[in-house]
Design a protein around this ligand. Structure first.
Ligand SMILES: *Cc1c(COP(=O)(O)O)cnc(C)c1O
Length: 378
C-alpha cells in the first residue's frame, strides 16, 4: 500500500546528497520545501514575455533561507560533539542559529552590529535564548572577531564559511528543478557574503551531473553520489547576483569599508565567499550588478502590493535587478527567471512602516466616517 511520507525537513529528504551520517541526531524544524510562486501581475505590467518565479524562502521556520544551511551545520556540530556554536550576523543567521541551538540544547553566541539589525531578527535571537553580543562595529568586524575567538575557544562557527551551511543551502536548487522539471534560464539572488549564490550553483551543478568547472564534482562529502538525478537536467542557469549600491564590493572590485544600505541583510563589505562567487559568475556566464535602495524598496512594495508576497528589503534586490535586466533586454524575452526571496517581510517591520505613508487613515468610530473613507476608494 503506497503512502505519502510526512515532510520533516530537507535533511531527511536529501539525506543521500548531504554529508550527514545515518545515525546522526537530526536537528531540524521542517525547513525547506518552500513555495515557488509564479508572478502574474508584475510581468503583465512589464509587457515582456518572461516567466518570473519567486522562491519564497521567507517561509522557512525562522523566516529566511539560513535555516537550510543551519539544520546541516548544527546537526554536524552536535554530531561532532561541539560545546557551543557562534556566528556573526546581520540578523538572520543569528535568528536561525539561535533556533537550531535551542532545538539541539546547545549554547549559541551571536555577534551583531550595534543598532543595524532589523527588529524581528533581534527578537528571535533573544527569544530562542542566544547569548547576544552587540558590537560597536559592523558585520565585517563581527566576522573577523568570530574567527579570532573560535581559534582560542571551543566554539563551532556556523557562518557560511562553515562548508555544511552551503551543503544545506544547495537544496533550494534541487527543489526548483523538481518543480520546473528543469533549471531556469536565469537565477537571480541578492548577494552579501555570496554564500547562497555559491550554494545554489553547487546544487545546480550536482544535479546536472557534471560540467567542467572547479565547483562541479567538488562535493567533498558524497563522492559523486549526489549525481543521482542527472537524467533529468543537463543545463544550468546563468547566475545573477545583485548587491545594494552602497554595499557592492563585487562591483567595486574589492572590499568596501563602510557599507551602507537599507537592506541590512546584505550590508556586507568584505564578502566571505569572494573567490567562489567569481567562479560562479565565470562558470555560469552570469553577472553581478547593483541596485539602489530606492529600487530595492520599490520592488519590495510592488511585490507585496501586486502579488501578495512580502519579503524583506534585501530579498527584493533580486527582483529589482531582474526587472531592470528584463526591461533592458539583458535577460531576453522567452526566458524563465527565478528570483530568490531570501527572507520574510515581517523581519523588518520598521522599514515597512516607514515607507507606508498615507496607507493608514484614522477616523471616528461611526458609520458616516467609515463610509466616507471607503467611498473615496471605490
Ligand atoms: C544572509 C542573507 C542574504 C545574503 O546571503 P549571502 O549568502 O550572504 O550572500 C540575503 N538576504 C537575506 C534576507 C539574508 O538573510
Amino acid at each position: 500500500m503506497p503512502f505519502r511520507v510526512r515532510y520533516t525537513g530537507l535533511i531527511s529528504k536529501y539525506m543521500d546528497l548531504l554529508p550527514i551520517s545515518d545515525d546522526a541526531r537530526v536537528i531540524g524544524l521542517g525547513e525547506g520545501n518552500t513555495p515557488l510562486i509564479r508572478l502574474t501581475r508584475i510581468p503583465r505590467e512589464l509587457g515582456r514575455d518572461v516567466d518570473i518565479y519567486v522562491k519564497y524562502e521567507g517561509l522557512n521556520p525562522t523566516g529566511s533561507f539560513k535555516d537550510r544551511g543551519m539544520t546541516v551545520a548544527v546537526t554536524k556540530a552536535v554530531d561532532e560533539g561541539a560545546k557551543a556554536i557562534i556566528c556573526a550576523s546581520t540578523g538572520n543567521t543569528s535568528a536561525s542559529a539561535a533556533a537550531y541551538a535551542a532545538r539541539a540544547g546547545t549554547t549559541c553566541f551571536v555577534l551583531i552590529p550595534d543598532g543595524k539589525i532589523a527588529l524581528g531578527k533581534l527578537a528571535q535571537a533573544v527569544m530562542h535564548g542566544a547569548r547576544v553580543i552587540q558590537i560597536r562595529g559592523n558585520f565585517d568586524d563581527g566576522m573577523r572577531l568570530v574567527k579570532e575567538v573560535a581559534e582560542q575557544s571551543p566554539v563551532t562557527i556556523v557562518n557560511s564559511i562553515n562548508p555544511y551551511r552551503l551543503q544545506g543551502q544547495k537544496t533550494a536548487a534541487f527543489e526548483i528543478i523538481e518543480e520546473l522539471g528543469r533549471a531556469p534560464d536565469y537565477h537571480c539572488l541578492p548577494v552579501g557574503n555570496a554564500g547562497n549564490i555559491t550554494a545554489h550553483w553547487i546544487g545546480y551543478s550536482e544535479w546536472a551531473g557534471g560540467g567542467d568547472g572547479p565547483l562541479t564534482g567538488a562535493c567533498n562529502f558524497c563522492d559523486g553520489r549526489c549525481r543521482f538525478a542527472s537524467a533529468i537536467v543537463d543545463k544550468r542557469p546563468r547566475m545573477v547576483g545583485y548587491q545594494a549600491a552602497g554595499s557592492a564590493p563585487f562591483m567595486r572590485g574589492g572590499p568596501v569599508d563602510d557599507p551602507e544600505t537599507v537592506a541590512t541583510a546584505i550590508r556586507i563589505g568584505h564578502p566571505q565567499s569572494w573567490d567562489q562567487a567569481h567562479a560562479v559568475q565565470r562558470e555560469s556566464d552570469g553577472w553581478f550588478d547593483e541596485v539602489t535602495d530606492d529600487e530595492i524598496l520599490a520592488a519590495q512594495r510592488m511585490l507585496a502590493n501586486h502579488e501578495g508576497v512580502f519579503c524583506e528589503p534585501a530579498s527584493a534586490a533580486s527582483l529589482a535587478g531582474a526587472l531592470r535586466d528584463i526591461e533592458s533586454g539583458r535577460i531576453p524575452g522567452g526566458s524563465t527567471v527565478v528570483c530568490t526571496l531570501t527572507g520574510h517581510g515581517l523581519k523588518d517591520p520598521d522599514t515597512a512602516i516607514a515607507q507606508s505613508g498615507g496607507a493608514v487613515e484614522t477616523v471616528d468610530a461611526e458609520l458616516g466616517a467609515v463610509r466616507q473613507a471607503i467611498t473615496a476608494h471605490l
